[in-house]
Ligand binder design. Structure first.
Ligand code: DON
Length: 558
């Protein structure tokens, strides 16, 4: 969903009002110079100023000149670094380019003594080395297609800026030849530096910057198109070097005052990323002496302060991972239980624990669950984790779920999950069910089995059916001659939804379920009945009505 489009036709919101005010406030900031060492950049209009925020759920908020094109310049560096990591893996890339902040200017020749490896991929030397690593028949096509996936639209090369830098970029040429000398760049050094000049000259606008940043914030998937630009694993590496090296010789000051992984470019753009939440793009061409946009830095500083975006947020607390907890028997499945079963479930409920979890299933949520489980004496045997409100399981969540499952298993217990579609692959040694109802029913059956040693629904003689209690043997005999036996296999339909309700079914063995069935949707269970229970009597009380679908869940007789 797009919350606001261009600033001209923006749907008003308190957020766009805030961005407009921020823009107004910093429009008066006049320091800095437009970059001119690439001649074509010198003609940029110094008054241009745009701010754009894009959230990981795809809302865009923008103010000012957010649709004016400029070249991506150094903001390309994290994207090509990510591409090289994706294509060649961390080991190969790390053997050519380090990850240590240089503390030097962007064009400094900061190479590791002896190996000649550039200190990091955010300075020119490291970025040129990364461009040289990009694989394929047409590496530039791969680069521009990758950037386009980040931006969510088809990007193009600004030929004039490319030619301008290619004709004047002697320092970068010197760097690439040095890299060739050390074997950091293999093959034709001109090829690597030419790719680098081209990637820097890809044309974007401020809203593209925010989309690129939001894609990184969103684990590599563009939140506007849903297309993956880079794998989640690579995003971690990219954001890490953006945090330590993205702002060159002001990286430390930036981390302190803004606290976000970021990258600037000499065209005047800045991207900043709040992982899992949003991406920021700011554009204003005048640069400070370190080559960073003067207004861009000021805006990011204010955004971080006003919106509390700093990554290091001491004192902040997430919502508690356990939303509610109860025991099996206190809240039942849709299976209708006889009074004695209900009593047994309540009696044994201490042997169980159900946790309704929320947010991300990770180490912290498993720590809370483990604590609640182990502080009970004796430990519950059946632990059900309800994942309906869990949006993601991270690696630590999977690992510690598995550890909790083993812990319970060794004590004769069981870990059970509901809404298990998130569990891919299913975490052994746990039981996983598609919904809470099915998971609760399994726990109830297991608990009853543990209490009384049987799990099969009982079969009863007709005269013990609850509906027939109080009849004399003669009345029972007369009624029996009017009854017809129905034997149905598991899954067979006994009554179809909408059929007139003209019969009463007395269940004497097995179980049957009443389901709501809709096309292309899983059945929704309304209830399950077992021996001694009745189906269809409501029609005789309320008058004829249409029935829901009714199928036996176990071979059933009525
Ligand atoms: O290599 C250069 O000098 C430019 N193509 C890019 C430098 C740049 O954007 C530095 N960032 N602030």
């Amino acid at each position: 969903m797009v919350a606001s489009s261009t600033s001209n036709e923006t749907a008003r919101s308190p957020i766009t009002t805030y961005l407009d005010a921020l823009l107004d406030h910093h429009a008066g900031l006049e320091g800095g110079e437009v970059a001119s060492y690439i001649p074509e950049l010198a003609s940029a209009d110094p008054s241009l100023f745009g701010i754009c925020l894009t959230t990981v759920d795809g809302s865009i908020y923008e103010a000012g000149d957010t649709r004016t094109p400029f070249t991506i310049q150094s903001m390309s560096k994290p994207l090509t670094y990510g591409l090289a990591l994706e294509q060649l893996g961390e080991q190969v890339v790390r053997s050519r380019v380090g990850v240590e902040p240089s503390g030097d200017a962007f064009n400094e020749i900061s190479l590791t003594p002896m190996t000649g490896a550039p200190l990091n991929p955010m300075i020119n030397a490291g970025a040129i080395a990364c461009a040289g690593l990009v694989d394929g028949d047409d590496p530039f096509a791969t680069i521009i297609e990758t950037y386009s996936r980040y931006a969510g639209r088809s990007l193009e090369l600004d030929e004039a800026v490319y030619r301008s830098e290619s004709e004047t970029g002697h320092r970068n040429r010197a760097i690439v030849h040095l890299l060739r000398n050390f074997g950091v760049v293999s093959g034709d050094p001109e090829h690597a530096v030419d790719l680098y000049f081209r990637q820097c000259a890809i044309s974007v606008d401020c809203s593209d910057l925010a989309a690129i940043a939001a894609t990184l914030a969103n684990g590599g998937i563009n939140p506007l198109t849903g297309e993956r630009a880079v794998s989640e694993k690579v995003v971690r590496g990219v954001l890490s070097v953006m945090t330590t090296c993205g702002m060159y010789d002001s990286a430390g000051e930036w981390l302190l005052s803004v606290g976000l992984p970021a990258k600037s470019g000499v065209s005047g753009g800045v991207i900043a990323v709040l992982p899992g939440k949003l991406g920021i793009g700011v554009f204003s061409p005048k640069l400070d002496e370190r080559g960073n946009s003067v207004r861009g830095i000021a805006v990011c500083r204010d955004l971080s302060r006003d919106l509390s975006l700093h990554l290091i947020a001491p004192g902040s607390r997430l919502a508690p991972p356990i939303r509610s907890s109860y025991r099996v028997g206190e809240i039942g499945s849709k299976r209708v239980r006889h009074g004695d079963e209900r009593a047994k479930l309540l009696e044994g409920s201490d042997r169980t624990a159900v946790f309704e979890l929320q947010g991300e299933l990770n180490f912290m949520s498993l720590e809370a669950v483990s604590r609640a489980v182990t502080k009970r004496d004796p430990c519950p045997e059946l632990v059900l984790l309800d994942l309906r409100r869990v949006n993601r399981i991270d690696r630590s969540g999977a690992e510690f779920s598995s550890a909790l499952g083993s812990f319970l298993d060794q004590r004769g217990g069981k870990l059970v999950f509901s809404c298990a579609d998130l569990l891919e692959p299913i975490i052994p040694p746990a039981m996983a069910f598609p919904d809470l109802d099915a998971a609760l029913e399994w726990c109830e059956e297991e608990l009853l089995f543990r209490i009384r040693g049987d799990s099969e629904p009982r079969a009863i003689p007709l005269e013990l059916h609850e509906l027939l209690q109080g009849l004399s043997p003669r009345e029972l005999g007369r009624l029996s001659s009017h009854l017809e036996a129905v034997n149905a296999k598991a899954g067979a339909l006994i009554v179809r939804a909408g059929e007139p309700a003209a019969q009463i079914f007395l269940v004497i063995s097995g179980s049957l379920s009443v389901l709501l069935r809709a096309e292309n949707q899983p059945d929704l269970r309304l209830s399950t009945l077992t021996a001694g229970m009745t189906f269809g009597e409501i029609a005789y009380i309320d008058g004829p009505c249409a029935r829901p679908t009714c199928v036996p869940t176990r071979t059933s007789s009525a």
